[in-house]
Every structure is written in structure tokens, then in C-alpha cells.
Design a binder for this molecule. Structure first.
Ligand code: PGA
Length: 254
């Protein structure tokens, strides 16, 4: 690997956990992974639990807080939306953008994803841009066309000074929450293609951009996925809800 990329293991709790459940899970994760220094860790609780979880992580040097979505503006009359300024104020360092559930269940478009990407970076949040094909797109042989389009449109005119400030998550829609994981080779092929496209967009600094794999990652399959040269971490849904299973993924090398 030409460029050293520190692995990132990220948990997306989706619409799960109350404040007290989030605090409890975060405390246990902290206990189980506090000594891990060679891996970055992020957890993304629901909005209502961000501040309480931030308090748990305050003295943690290796576990960061993330949000699952945001609006692109700082404030305004947008009922039900949360701004990047509010996320930073609540203690977030990361924000997940364009998750397939946002795109497919809430009709989020590439144009909106693009506004959010620029805004996150301007507000000093590290965006995790999620991209990935559906089963039909894969079967039709359109995976690369789709990934290229999501990258081109999502990153259009986005200025990136520091490649460590951007994370991409390749999450094949057919593998999310289904128990079906992309094979290590399928995932590596997609990741290598994504890095090639990122190089076309950002130049050589793309070698330092972390690309996570997401879709039914579990303690049992994390090590083989992480062994692939272009897989730099994981974005985990289901298996991140339980502190012990999430921590086992963090400890995938051991
Ligand atoms: P999963 O979700 O691990 O439950 O498949 C992944 C994701 O949605 O990020």
C-alpha cells in the first residue's frame, strides 16, 4: 500500500436506541475498545442521543461520534431537519451522507447528496458518502456505471484539501440488512474501481481516501474483507447495535 490509510470501523445505529440505551452501548464499546490505537472507531446514534453519547466519548481518543444525516444549510425554516452546525455543536466529527435507506426510502437525490457533501466539509465534519448498486443494477451489469454516477454527481465541485477528511462507503444495496455479504473479491473489485474514479476526480491524493465496505459485516466476515487491499474499514448496521459484536469487529486483526 503506497499510502498508509488508518482503518475506520463505523457503526450506524439507524433508528434504534433511546438515550439511555445509547449511553449504555457507548460505555461498553469504550470499555472493550479503549485500548485500540491503530484503528479509528465511529458510532452514529440517532439525533436524540447524540449529546448524551458525546458526553460518554468526551475523554475517548479513539472513538468519534457521527450523525446519520443532515440538511445542508446552517439554519432556516426547514421543519424536522438538523443542520451541520447543530451536529458539530452536539459533538459530531462525522456524518453519514446518502445512505441507501435515505436514497430509496426518502427519495434523496444525488443533487441533495452533493449539497450535503460540500456543506459537511465546509462545516468541518467528515462526510461518509455512501454509494452502491441494487441487485437489479448488478444483474444488468450496471454496477460500475451506477457507482461512477453516484461519485461524479455526489462529489461535483466538491473541494477536498485533505484526503483524510473524506470517507466513501461502498454498500451494495442487496447486501444491507439481508445477511448476504459481497464476497471479498466482489467488494475489492468495486473498491478498486471507486479508487480509480476518485483519482480521476481528485488526483493522486485519492490514494489516501478511506473506502469502507458496508453490507452485513459481522465479526465472522470482517477479517477477510479487511484483508483486501482497497478495503479500509467497515460501515456496520445490525452488528453494531450490540457492543460486544461491534467490538469484535474492531478487534478483527486479533
Ligand atoms: P447492515 O447495514 O450491516 O445491517 O447490513 C449496513 C448499513 O446500512 O450501513
Amino acid at each position: 500500500m503506497m499510502e498508509q490509510r488508518k482503518p475506520l470501523i463505523a457503526g450506524n445505529w439507524k433508528m434504534h436506541k433511546t438515550r439511555s440505551q445509547s449511553v449504555q452501548t457507548a460505555e461498553r464499546i469504550k470499555k472493550l475498545t479503549g485500548a485500540v490505537k491503530d484503528i479509528d472507531i465511529m458510532i452514529a446514534p440517532p439525533f436524540t442521543a447524540l449529546s448524551d453519547t458525546a458526553a460518554v466519548l468526551q475523554d475517548s481518543s479513539n472513538i468519534a461520534l457521527g450523525a446519520q444525516n443532515m440538511h445542508w444549510l446552517a439554519d432556516g425554516a426547514y421543519t424536522g431537519e438538523i443542520s451541520p452546525v447543530m451536529l458539530a455543536d452536539a459533538g459530531c466529527q462525522y456524518v453519514i451522507i446518502g445512505h441507501s435507506e435515505r436514497r430509496h426510502l426518502f427519495a434523496e437525490t444525488n443533487a441533495q447528496v452533493n449539497l450535503k457533501m460540500a456543506s459537511a466539509l465546509n462545516n468541518k465534519l467528515i462526510p461518509i458518502l455512501c454509494i452502491g448498486e441494487t441487485e437489479q443494477e448488478r444483474e444488468a451489469g450496471n454496477t460500475k456505471i451506477l457507482l461512477d454516477k453516484q461519485l461524479q454527481k455526489g462529489l461535483q465541485d466538491v473541494f477536498l484539501g485533505d484526503p483524510k477528511k473524506l470517507v466513501i462507503a461502498y454498500e451494495p444495496v442487496w447486501a444491507i440488512g439481508t445477511g448476504k455479504t459481497a464476497s471479498d473479491k466482489q467488494a475489492q473489485e468495486a473498491h478498486a474501481f471507486i479508487r480509480e474514479r476518485l483519482t480521476a476526480i481528485f488526483g493522486n491524493i485519492a490514494a489516501a481516501i478511506r473506502i469502507l465496505y458496508g453490507g452485513s459485516v459481522k465479526p465472522e466476515n470482517a477479517a477477510e474483507l479487511m484483508a483486501m487491499p482497497d478495503i479500509d474499514g467497515a460501515l456496520i448496521g445490525g452488528a453494531s447495535l450490540d457492543a460486544d459484536s461491534f467490538s469484535r469487529i474492531v478487534h478483527y486483526q486479533r
